[in-house]
Design a protein around this ligand. Structure first.
Ligand SMILES: Nc1nc2c(ncn2[C@@H]2O[C@H](COP(=O)(O)OP(=O)(O)OP(=O)(O)O)[C@@H](O)[C@H]2O)c(=O)[nH]1
Ligand SMILES: [Zn+2]
Length: 214
């Protein structure tokens, strides 16, 4: 049964659950999707939503599947290569998509990351920048912690001369509700090694990442 065919007027009991569970790639052992679905149904009912109606019968399941998907940390191993060319200038990947959930409201914050380093003996495969960002983003986060974790992981595993991470993001908890500051962007940066200590390296990195590519 397709996922779409399982919605609408079909009885709850007839839904094939294996499909959506497969989409939640290897949830952590302490994830209990059944308990989460029951709790989501209770919460939505308590908020006055008609969760027993045909149209919303599947909503607790979808809500839980959506959160489980956004909170499932992907497999990731930061493979590195020998710096055989002896490249010693900045490597910078800009505008890496960031999708995370703020730990205060569990609402999305969305934006871009700029991740760079000054190589020493090892270099990084380019796809690993985006994988590294996603690895730390798919958790309940603050933007500050996310920025620091990415920089510290690179510093530990790659042992480069310097590391810099800038994240620019819009927090929906601040734009769709609450302060309703739509369009406000939060910028965070973590610099390590020469990108923090050496004024010209620091200036080069910050000039290249200021305002991203927009
Ligand atoms: N420093 C930081 N704050 C965040 C982040 N994401 C959300 N917040 C803030 O977390 C704070 C939580 O504040 P509280 O006063 O406890 O919650 P609240 O009553 O919902 O606050 P308002 O959003 O002002 O309505 C808010 O100011 C959010 O803007 C983040 O990544 N970093
Ligand atoms: Zn929030």
């Amino acid at each position: 049964m397709s996922h779409l065919a399982s919605t609408g007027s079909l009885a709850h009991e007839t839904v094939d659950r294996s499909h959506w569970r497969q989409r939640v790639a290897r949830p952590a052992p302490d994830v209990d999707l059944d308990a989460a679905e029951a709790a989501a149904g209770t919460m939505l009912a308590a908020l006055g939503l008609p969760v027993d109606s045909d149209d919303m019968l599947e909503t607790p399941r979808r809500l839980v599947a959506a959160y489980a998907e956004m909170l499932t940390v992907p497999d990731f191993d930061l493979t590195t290569f020998a710096n055989s060319a002896g490249y010693d200038e900045l490597v910078l990947v800009q505008d890496i998509p960031v999708r995370s959930l703020c730990e205060h409201h569990l609402l999305p914050f969305v934006g871009v990351a700029h991740v760079g380093y000054l190589p020493d003996d090892r270099i990084l495969g380019l796809s690993k920048f985006a994988r590294l960002v996603d690895f730390f983003a798919r958790r309940a986060q603050t933007q500050e912690r996310l920025t620091t974790q990415i920089a510290d992981h690179l510093q530990e595993r790659l042992a480069p001369v310097g590391v810099g991470v800038v994240i620019e993001a819009e927090h929906s908890c601040m734009s769709l509700r609450g302060a309703r500051a739509e369009g406000a962007r939060t910028v965070t940066s973590t610099l390590r090694g020469a990108l923090r200590e050496d004024p010209s390296s620091r200036a080069e990195f910050l000039a290249l990442t200021r305002g991203g590519t927009r």
